[in-house]
Design a protein around this ligand. Structure first.
Ligand SMILES: [Zn+2]
Length: 331
């Protein structure tokens, strides 16, 4: 029987059928896996043997429902230079700007990186501070992870449903950086502090966005991952499929929803503006989705099973899937 399956798979490949056909979803597609995809499956605990016999249905089910068990193949050990810990190299600069640690924390919660703050003059910083409020603390039960590597994360309190061992965090960071590099078409790793200031499952209960229109939603667990680059930067797709919705402006300042027909998941890129795409347009990993919102200053990625929901980005409970596998599967 196995020989027959292998033969059929070969025929499908020779004949050039798309692996997303219903027929192929039951077939062994091990020989189509990239090294990166094998790493992702290993994160979810699949053995080499299981991978050698894998079907598309198993891949879809693993990314949606799998539990992260082995992240040793990804990332470096977290460096001792975490989110709200001021980098040594910038301490003198912040002293000269006369900024307290609390003010810096407020600006970080508003989504600004340490480097971004260090490059502003005092009067700009004062107006940034005036637009920020430092408010909510997470509900009981949220777990603190103090030192997220590379300046990622902004608050560091995670929903109890999200595992935050140091090796989990290394995988979250590694995947987020890989994704950031792709969607902004960078030739090298993104700069310190740009890949994320909210990870999946982080407490996002503050009302600190200078705009306030979106981030003013009181409280919640962050449903996706935020990454940022230059304001207005081109944003490229990471999930091939079909456009479900493409909106410019509005309370989210633009978003594009893509139906990933390979993984069978609805992917939303929020705060992506000036899109030239329309419903039902096919998109590839090279397709430009639009530009990073200048109002929001970041792109929010989330994976949700339904294509009909207009996502808010944060919720009382985690409704969206763990995003890292979806972010990096195709790139
Ligand atoms: Zn977000």
């Amino acid at each position: 029987m196995k020989k027959i399956i292998a033969l059929v798979t070969s025929l499908v490949l020779i004949m050039g059928f798309s692996s997303s056909t219903v027929f192929a979803s039951k077939s062994n597609i091990a020989n189509q896996l990239t090294n990166n995809q094998r790493k992702i499956l290993k994160v979810y605990g699949l053995s080499e043997k299981e991978m050698s016999n894998i079907t598309l249905d198993t891949i879809r089910d693993t990314l949606k429902n799998g539990k992260i068990v082995d992240t040793s193949v990804f990332g470096k050990a977290p460096v001792d230079d975490g989110t709200n810990k001021i980098p040594e190299r910038l301490k003198e600069k912040f002293n000269s700007l006369n900024l307290s640690e609390q003010q810096l924390e407020g600006l970080r919660r508003a989504g600004h990186t340490f480097d971004e703050i260090a490059n502003k003059d005092k009067s700009t910083i004062n107006s940034m501070l005036a637009a920020s409020t430092l408010t909510a603390t997470p509900p009981y039960g949220y777990n603190n992870y103090p030192n997220i590597p590379d300046g990622g994360g902004a608050v560091n309190y995670f929903n109890p449903a999200v595992s935050i061992t140091s090796s989990d965090i290394a995988w979250y960071v590694s995947a987020s950086k890989q994704y950031t590099k792709h969607i902004f078409n960078l030739s090298s790793d993104p700069a310190y502090g740009t890949y994320s200031y909210y990870l999946y499952g982080e407490w996002d209960g503050t009302s600190v966005d200078p705009d306030g229109a979106y981030d003013g939603i009181p409280g919640g667990t962050h449903e996706g991952v935020d990454v940022k680059y230059n304001y207005g930067a081109n944003v490229y797709n990471a999930t091939p499929g079909t456009v479900l919705t493409a909106v410019t402006g509005g309370p989210l300042d633009g978003y594009v929803q893509v139906y990933d027909s390979y993984l069978v998941e609805s992917i939303t890129y929020m705060h992506v503006n000036n899109t030239a795409l329309s419903q039902n347009d096919p998109v590839y990993t090279s397709t430009q989705l639009g530009t990073q919102s200048t109002q929001m200053g970041h792109v929010h990625f989330q994976a949700y099973d339904s294509g009909t929901k207009i996502p808010t980005g944060k919720d009382d409970t985690l409704e969206c899937r763990i995003p890292y596998g979806f972010m990096t599967w195709h790139i």
